[in-house]
Design a protein around this ligand. Structure first.
Ligand code: GTR
Length: 420
């Protein structure tokens, strides 16, 4: 018993050291009293009782709220978009996989941006389901495959990777393979499609580049108050990738996946584009799967201060004001219904509020029940590494803010219950 106490203390102090955010709440007893907006009562107070009422009224008004007040609206349609197969091969991963690299070009107001998607497909079947997810440092970082070019786009500096001038070099090839269990996917009949998110919108507080500027009118240099921040821009990029994937011919279902900020983007992509057959949020935290009103770990104020470009400007009025938010993130999760949704947390990722992520799946499940689908019925978090895998799935694993083989093993087992 004594030993347990000692280790708990050691763990807590190690966590306090690991997180510089001392002024942020990591104490469950200090979570403010809050009331979650009810999923099945409309903003005007009407009870939602059927799938039809959900889809036509409630889902619509929730989606609109998130669109205008949280992530921001895409200002307009593109003038044009196109895809170009850059190269293709049958001998990736020792002959196990085929590889395709596709350039996606988006055009508006005579301006164009182009980003590259790397695709690996298992051989054996004419079509395969794929996981689609952004990577943080370039497609060349997720694999040892020398045929994947180094991204030429702006990348964040990173001491560990030796990136000092916002440019990726050959030295960064394969530095993120541990986050992408590609062989496991292939061996289980799944493919992977991945894109470097910075090619869609560089992750910096500057709206002069990326997809936003395609839409500017003369004299405009940033989106309007209710218009898209970077998360919505990344989600838009995923949707355009889907336009390619659904016509590739060798791909069946697409499950959209993302880690952390890119988990937030994957959730918003899943909410706004029903073609995604399933959605996975890995450690997405604040502005992703975690309930904002708990103010545990990262808060709305903190995220809008550290990353002023991620959300619509209009979201800033909820800084230190979560109480007045007419929605919370369980309602974002419910927008995926009835499609399968997986939320995952990590024990040492308290910044992302694992409990808030779990509760969010529980509350969202009410909408899945309208469709006769099973969600997360438990009100208490499951034990560590004891996944709940229904149409709504949740696990918390040991370890840090990361994507591990353990995570992928769970996603694959779960995906097999619904993909073609
Ligand atoms: C953190 C941020 C989180 C999460 C994370 C990440 O700094 O506070 O919301 O997005 O970055 O993307 O790794």
């Amino acid at each position: 018993m004594k030993n347990h106490f000692f280790f708990a203390l050691l763990f807590l102090s190690a966590m306090a050291l690991a997180q510089p955010e001392e002024s942020y709440n990591y104490d469950e007893t200090k979570v403010p009293k809050f009331q979650l907006p009810d999923l099945l009562t409309s903003f005007s107070g009407n009870a939602i009782e059927t799938q039809q009422q959900w889809e036509e009224n409630r889902r619509f008004e929730i989606l609109q709220f998130f669109e205008k007040q949280v992530y921001g609206k895409v200002p307009d349609r593109l003038d044009e978009y196109s895809f170009k197969l850059l190269e293709e091969s049958n001998d990736a991963y020792g002959g196990k996989a085929r590889r395709k690299q596709v350039a996606i070009s988006l055009k508006k107001n005579k301006r164009t941006i182009t980003y590259n998607m790397l695709i690996y497909l298992p051989k054996g079947n004419p079509t395969a389901p794929v996981f689609l997810g952004y990577n943080f440092y370039g497609n060349h970082t997720v694999t040892t495959d020398p045929k994947v070019p180094i991204t030429e786009a702006w990348v964040s500096n990173n001491k560990t990777f030796g990136i000092t001038d916002n440019k990726a070099s050959e030295n960064t090839r394969s530095v993120r393979t541990h986050r992408w269990a590609i062989e496991k996917m292939l061996d289980n009949g799944y493919g992977l499609a991945t894109i470097y998110y910075g090619e869609v919108d560089p992750d910096k507080n500057d709206f002069s580049d990326g997809v936003h500027q395609l839409f500017y009118q003369e004299g405009q240099d940033k989106p309007k108050t209710n218009e898209w921040g970077s998360i919505a821009a990344w989600a838009f990029g995923l949707s355009k990738a889907m336009d390619y994937l659904e016509n590739d011919g060798n791909i069946s279902d697409v499950i959209v996946f993302g880690h952390s900020r890119l988990g937030k983007a994957a959730l918003w992509a899943g909410a706004t584009d029903k073609r995604f057959a399933g959605v996975i949020s890995n450690d997405s935290g604040c502005g992703g799967a975690a309930l904002s009103k708990r103010k545990f770990g990262e808060t709305v104020e903190r995220i809008n201060t550290s990353f002023p470009h991620w959300f619509a400007d209009s979201f800033k009025k909820y800084n230190d004001n979560e109480r007045t938010l007419p929605v919370d993130q369980h309602q974002l999760l419910a927008l995926m219904a009835p499609r399968p949704l997986y939320v995952a947390s990590a024990v040492e990722d308290q910044w992302a509020d694992p409990k808030g992520e779990f509760l969010s799946t529980h509350y969202a499940s009410k909408v899945y029940e309208l469709y006769g689908k099973e969600g997360v019925t438990a009100t208490n978090m499951p034990d560590v590494e004891q996944p709940i895998q229904k149409t709504v799935a949740y696990h918390i694993r040991n370890g840090k803010h990361d994507v591990t083989d353990y995570d992928w093993e769970q996603y694959i087992v779960w995906a097999k219950t619904f993909t073609k």
